[in-house]
Design a binder for this molecule. Structure first.
Ligand code: ARG
Length: 272
């Protein structure tokens, strides 16, 4: 059954690991199996098109990480705040994403040049309350909070990431329908863990273990009752099953080598 969800994806035409900007990329420079990457991307695309609409942006030579559209920006209705990447290697992507939204009639805002903010990689809407969760510490900075509140409005709750392996919020935190929250508590500092515990009731929190966290099980795309991930343990599948979610696993090993998986490869465009 189709949901009303709409995602933006970018085909992995020029995908590669050609520089190192996160720990997952170490040892993986030029180690991508391109044919396998294309097959894995296509499998994710096929799963999503069964349940949602997928729009595409052209990939660009010289921007091997552009396939990770979660980092394009932060969308709210017909407005978008385009990312300002921390590392120059990914700043080339900014105008391509800005143009994609401009061409489709979005009201486009840019970040100040000195305020890194990596879009829906670090900013995720709660699915139970009117609140945006923003992470800082690795890629985005805390100062992005004021910019987001000013441009898009709404309550923004900041969380601090402390483990290099979980360098974007969407690698360790995933709000689910009904106000459920999938997350890996060890990726956050103590204050942020307390904030999460204060705002999300215990019955709605699904804290995952290290094995699932390292397989990027929090990097999940939720489409209706389906949760699409790279890989997950049976404990994870059971925990979500008890809450009425069905876990769909689709291997994304080639993208893991760049530090991304299912959720990073998508940007949800239907954000109310
Ligand atoms: N190699 C990319 C980077 O380090 C991976 C981005 C993954 N995206 C995400 N939303 N977590 O920027």
């Amino acid at each position: 059954m189709k949901t009303p969800h709409v995602f933006l994806m970018c085909p992995p035409e020029y995908f590669d690991v050609s520089y190192i900007i996160n720990p997952w990329m170490h040892g993986n420079v030029r180690k991508i199996d391109n044919a396998l990457a294309k097959q894995q991307w296509r499998a994710l695309y096929d799963i999503l098109t069964d349940h949602a609409t997928v729009r595409l942006i052209h990939s660009q030579p010289g921007s091997p990480d552009m396939v990770f559209t979660a980092n394009a920006g932060l969308v709210k209705e017909r407005r978008v705040l385009v990312s300002r990447f921390r590392y120059p290697e990914r700043q080339y992507e900014e105008p391509y994403f800005a143009d994609w939204f401009l061409d489709r009639g979005y009201e486009v805002s840019l970040m100040p040049r000195d305020v890194p903010f990596e879009g829906a990689g670090d900013a995720l809407y709660d699915r139970g309350a009117a609140r945006l969760w923003l992470a800082y510490g690795h890629r985005s900075v805390l100062a992005a909070k004021e910019v987001i509140a000013g441009k898009l409005g709404g309550e923004v709750v900041a969380l601090k990431l402390t483990d290099q392996r979980f360098y974007h919020l969407d690698t360790c935190f995933c709000p689910l329908d009904g106000g459920h929250l999938l997350y890996y508590p060890n990726a956050f500092d103590a204050t942020s863990r307390a904030t999460i515990e204060r705002l999300v009731p215990a019955s709605r929190r699904i804290a995952i273990g290290e094995e699932d966290a390292l397989a990027f099980a929090c990097n999940a795309v939720s489409v209706g009752a389906r949760i699409v991930v790279n890989r997950a343990t049976t404990a994870f599948v059971d925990a979500l099953g008890r809450r009425g979610f069905e876990v769909v696993q689709t291997p994304l090993s080639e993208f893991m080598k760049a530090g991304g998986s299912a959720k990073c490869l998508t940007l949800r465009l239907d954000e109310p």
